[in-house]
Design a protein around this ligand. Sequence first.
Ligand code: ADP
Length: 708
Amino acid sequence: MNVTTKIGVLVASALAISLLVQVVFVFPEIRSREFGLQQVRIQAGADTVASEITDFLDDIGYELEELARMPEIKTMDVSQQEKLLSLSVHTSPMLQTVSIGIADINGVVTCLESLKPAVIFSKAEAVGMDISDRDYFECCVSTGATCCSDPFEETPCGLMMAAIAVPVWADDGGVGGVIFAEIPIQTLAGMIEKRHLGEAESVYMVDSEGFVIAESEKDLTRLSGGPFGLDYSSYSVVQGIMAGQSSVGEYEYDGEAHLAAYAVIVPSGWGIVFQKPLEVVMAKSRVLPNFLLGINAAVFVTAVLVALVFARRLTNPIRKLADYARMVERGDYTAALDVKGGDEIAHVSSTIKSMVRQMLAMREKELAAIVNSMKDGLITLDQKQRITRLNPYMEQMLGLRAAEVLNKTVSELEDDPRLAVVARLVQTESPDEEVVLAEPHERVVKVHSSKLKGGGDKDLGEVKVILDVTKERELDQMKSDFIANTSHEVRTPLHSIRGFVKLMLDGKVTDPETQHEFLSIIDEQSQHLSNLVSAILDTSAIESGEMTYAKQPVAMNDVIDKALVKLQSIAEEREIAVEADMPGTLPVVEGDSEKLEQVVTNLVHNAIKFSQKGGKVRVTAEAQNTGVLVQVTDQGSGIPASAIPLLFQKFFRVHGSMPWASSGTGLGLYIVKQIVEAHGGQVWVESKLGEGSTFSFRLPLSGNDKNQ
Ligand code: ADP
C-alpha cells in the first residue's frame, strides 16, 4: 500500500469513526430533541386555541352577566330590554359576532338583537320562540349559574350554534328570566382556522361528550348528525378532554398512529386536539440526521478526494526523492531531482542533492588524486566514445595537454594528425597489441580496456589503461644483446685459446719464443673469460643480495694505484696515456678494498676502451669535506645525452658509436653503481658526445676521519 492510499484510508477511517459516533450518539439525541420540539409545538397550538376560545366564551359570559345586572333587563320591560341589547351589540365588539336574546322564566324569548341577522336568524323569528327545553336554559334556571351549551342546530336558520346563558335575577331574589347569547360554531371554527397548521397537522374541536364540533379540512358549517357531529368519544385523547385534562400523547386515528396534543376549553368542557401522523413527526425528526448523513457523506467523499489529491501532492516529491535515491544507488548521478517549495521535503531534497554533490566532489577529488599519481597512462571515455579524462602521465607520454582531446570523439581525433595517436590508443582492444608512440620520445605501449557498467548493466563508457612497456622491450633487447655479446665475448677468446693450444699440441710450434708468446695469449684470453664470468657472477650476487663487503679502512691512493698497475698493459697496448693526479695521502674511507679496486678498474678500463688510440686518460682523487672524490676523465667518444640516464642499468650499452669498443657486457657500470652505493656513496657521469666523459664517484669518510 503506497503512502497516498494510506493517507486516503486514514482520512476515510477518521471520517467513518466520526460518522459512527454521530449515528450512535448524536443522531438519536437529535431525533429525540426534534420529537420533543414537535410535541411542544403542537401542544402550544392546542393550548393557545383552547385558551383563545375559553377567553372568548368567558368574555361573552362576563358581558352577559354585566347586562343581567342592568335594571333595564331586570324589569323585564321588553322595550327597555331591546334598547339596551341594541346598544350593547353596537358598542361591545365581543357581542357583535353573536345574537343576544332574553327569555322570560317560562322560556319564551322576549327580545333578540344581533348585528348579523342573516347568518343567525331574524328577530321576528326569535321572539316568541320557546327555549324552555334547551339545556342551557334549564341549567341556568335550575342552577342560577352561567351555563354553556354543547353545540346544537338552531331550528330557524339551520346553523350550528352554541349558547351561553346567564340568569336574570328578579327583585324577589329568584330567577326572573335568562339572558343568553347564541354563538355560531362557525365563529369558533374561524378561530381554529386562523391557526397556521404545520405540515400534515390537523386540528379538531370536540364538545363535552366527545362529538366533533369543528375539524380542519372539513366543511365546518355543515357538520351534523349524532347530536352534532362525529363521535370521537372513544379516542383516548378525547376521553382525556372529557375527563378535563390537557396533555399530549400518542393515539390511533383513522388506523394511523398520531402524536396528539389536547387542551380543554374550560367554560364549555369542550376540547381542542392538535394532531399529526407519527410517521410525519418521525420523518421530521429524521430530516436533520438524514441531512447530516448527507452532509457527512458529501464531506466523506470530498475529504477523501481532497486527501487523495493532497496525499498525491505530498507524495509526489517523496516519490521523486525515492526515484532519485534509486538512481544514485544504481550509480547514475546525472539524475535530476526537481522538488520545489519551502517545506521539509524540499529541504531534505536539497540536502540530499548537496550531499550527493559533495560526495561526487570528494570522489572526484580522490579519483583525480589516484589518476594523477598513476604511473600508467589512463584515458576514460563516455557512452558516446568521447574522451572524458586523460591523466597527467598520459599527457607526458603523448606530449600534449588533456584539454586538447577532452570531449572529442574518435573521428574528431583522427582528423587531427597530432591527435590521431590518441584515436589509435582508444581503438586498440587487444592487450597484446603494442602501439608505438613516436613523439615526444619513442615509447612502446600496451592498452588494457575495460567497460564501465552502471546499475542494470547500463553502459557508462570505457576505461583505457596504457602501460609503458618500453623498458621491458629495452630489457629484452639488452638481454638478447647480452646473450649475443657474451657468446661472442666467450667464443672469441675460446677460439683463440683452442687455436693456439691445437697448434702447440700438433707440435707445429717448436720455437720456445713463439710458444711463450702463444701461451701468453692463451693466458690473456683466459683472464678475459674469467673477468667476464666474474662480472656475470657479481651481477648475479648483487641481484640475489648475496654480495658481501669486507669493509675496513681503505686508502684510496693504494686502491687507484693497484687498478692502474693492472690496466697498464692494456693502456700501453692501446697507446693510451693513463695519468694519476692525487695527493700523497687521502683520508681513509671505510670499504672493501677489492670491490673499490673493481670500481676504479671498470671506470678506467672503460675510459681506455672508449678512447681513440693515442688518447689520454686522467684519474684524480681529492679529499672533500665529507668524503673522497675520485674522477676518471677521457677524451674518447663521449656518450649521447639520451643514454646517460640509462647508463648504470644492467646490460645497457650504447650501440654503434664506438666500433673499436664493440665488445662488452653492459654490466661494468651497473656493478660500479651497486658497489659505490653499497659504500654509501654516489656515482655520476658528465659527458659530451665526441669530446669525452668524466665518471665520478664520491665515498663517505670513515667515522674517525669525519671527526677530524
Ligand atoms: P661494457 O663496457 O662492458 O659494455 P659497461 O657497463 O661498462 O659495459 O658500459 C656500458 C656502456 O656505457 C658501454 O657499452 C658504453 O657504451 C658506455 N660507456 C661506458 N664508459 C664509457 C666511456 N668512458 N666513454 C664512452 N662510453 C662509455
